[in-house]
Design a protein around this ligand. Structure first.
Ligand code: SF4
Length: 443
């Protein structure tokens, strides 16, 4: 029970799902220690801002959030990726209480204790067993590793978050079970490179329910698939062992959804980007995956206008999109990030050309997505309901991840609780979304 004398903390969480999980961990610890989390700057006695520093826009957004918290509250603890460059923050906001980089949970708590001490003993029963979540109750991100061993030339994440450090498989599975016990129905497995999970610990075996499993994505996915939830794998690079993951999808252990950040198709561009697994014959692999698992949905991200990208490279990328029939794709115009090695590359692409390529990419991808979604009309599917408004329910099938992909609209279903899983038939589509009608009721 929260009392009037509990210290009150405001919390701003920015950035990617990895950062969101960091926020959840800090929030959970705060609640364990009896802090109250409040929604407004004015009611808070101190504000924590978890920042993002991935690209220039994210840095700008983080600095703005810190500025707003300073103006409205004045007692601000900063953490997260931008915190790895404290001078960027301190130059603009020299009076923040402390600045720490990502995953520095203990230091964040130390700073909070120093400036706003807890007022009573911990009561662990204040905290649900799965910890505090910033996602809706029915899905949760499951972070399996921190950091990354690659050196992609456009990316500074390894310098912000360090080398790959995988959590033991037993620990991840125990967290997954605790999440399911609190009502979670979908687990979103995240890390910077999920296919490399366990490589740092040489796939060290760990105990789960009396069995020894390897700290390896294959063992993890199979064990997660035996729990009662959808399991969705994010950030997979096309290493050879990904074929085994597609087998698990075909066999129903994990949802038939692969989030593979290809970024380009031209071998020259991939080399310049220093992408992992860039030597693989991607198209052939995709065709084999789809033969093995015809229902597979592929999500990816791409960069256009990377230094040295010619018209021919871009045309090759468009051809790849058509041939690979990527279900959903995000596209970024290349922008230099301070500290990235790609900044030293020759062949900068003018902004106008970047913009034109971006527009062309999005038009082509919309056409492909629309055709792939139209082909699903008439299919019987499971839909997990994310939200309900006055017009009806909005959910997702196995083929859509929350936040980044399209949605499924079930018009008129205004009484369903969020987190309901139901069977439905797809009745319509456009370039992003699906429409469906329920068939047999709730699962
Ligand atoms: S794989 Fe590349 S893009 Fe992804 S975090 Fe590692 S270095 Fe960055």
């Amino acid at each position: 029970m929260i009392t009037a004398s509990d210290p009150r903390i405001g919390f701003v969480s920015l950035g990617c799902p990895q950062a969101l999980v960091d926020s959840e961990r800090i929030l959970t610890q705060l609640r364990v220690e009896g802090y109250e989390i409040v929604g407004g700057y004015r009611e808070a006695e101190l504000v924590v801002v978890n920042t993002c520093g991935f690209i220039d826009e994210a840095v700008e957004e983080s600095l703005q959030a810190i500025g707003e918290a300073m103006e409205e509250n004045g007692r601000v603890v900063v953490t997260g990726c931008l915190g790895a460059k404290p001078q960027t923050i301190l130059r603009e906001q020299p009076r923040v209480l402390s600045v720490t980089g990502p995953q520095r949970y203990e230091e964040v708590m130390e700073a909070i204790h120093a400036h706003l001490p807890p007022r009573h003993d911990p009561h662990t029963d204040l905290v649900p067993p799965g910890g505090l979540k910033l996602t809706p109750r029915h899905y949760a991100y499951l972070k399996i590793a921190e950091g990354c061993n690659h050196t992609c030339s456009f990316c500074i994440i390894p310098s912000l978050r360090g080398k790959l450090a995988s959590r033991p498989v037993g620990e991840v599975l125990r967290e997954a079970q605790a999440l399911l016990d609190t009502g979670v129905r979908e687990l979103l497995v995240i890390s910077q490179d999920t296919s490399a999970y366990g490589a740092d610990s040489k796939y060290r075996p760990d105990l789960w329910q009396g069995q020894l499993l390897r700290t390896h994505v294959q063992d993890l996915a199979r064990a997660l698939g035996q729990l009662d939830a959808w399991v969705r794998l994010h950030c997979i690079y096309p290493y050879p062992h990904v074929d085994d993951l597609v087998d698990l999808m075909a066999d129903g252990y994990v949802v038939p959804y692969l989030d593979v950040p290809f970024q380009h198709d031209s071998p020259k561009m991939l080399r310049a980007m220093r992408r992992p697994a860039h030597a693989e014959n991607t198209l052939e692999r995709i065709h084999r995956w789809r033969q093995r698992c015809p229902d597979l949905a592929l999500r990816s991200t791409f960069i256009v206008g990377f230094p040295g990208e010619t018209d021919e490279d871009f045309e090759a990328l468009l051809t790849f999109l058509y041939e690979a029939q990527i279900d959903r794709a995000g596209c970024f115009r290349y922008s230099p990030v301070a500290g990235a090695t790609a900044n030293a590359l020759d062949g900068a692409v003018p902004d106008r050309v970047k913009y034109e390529r971006f527009e062309t990419f999005m038009t082509v991808q919309a056409e492909i997505s629309a055709a792939r979604l139209a082909a699903r009309v008439g299919r019987q599917v499971e839909v997990l309901i994310d939200e309900v408004d006055e017009e009806g329910a909005i959910g997702r099938t196995h083929w859509e991840a929350p936040e980044v992909d399209g949605r499924v609209f079930l018009d008129g279903l205004t009484e369903l609780p969020e987190g309901t899983l139901l069977e439905a038939i797809i009745t319509g589509s456009d370039e992003h979304d699906l429409w469906a009608e329920p068939t047999y009721g709730h699962l």
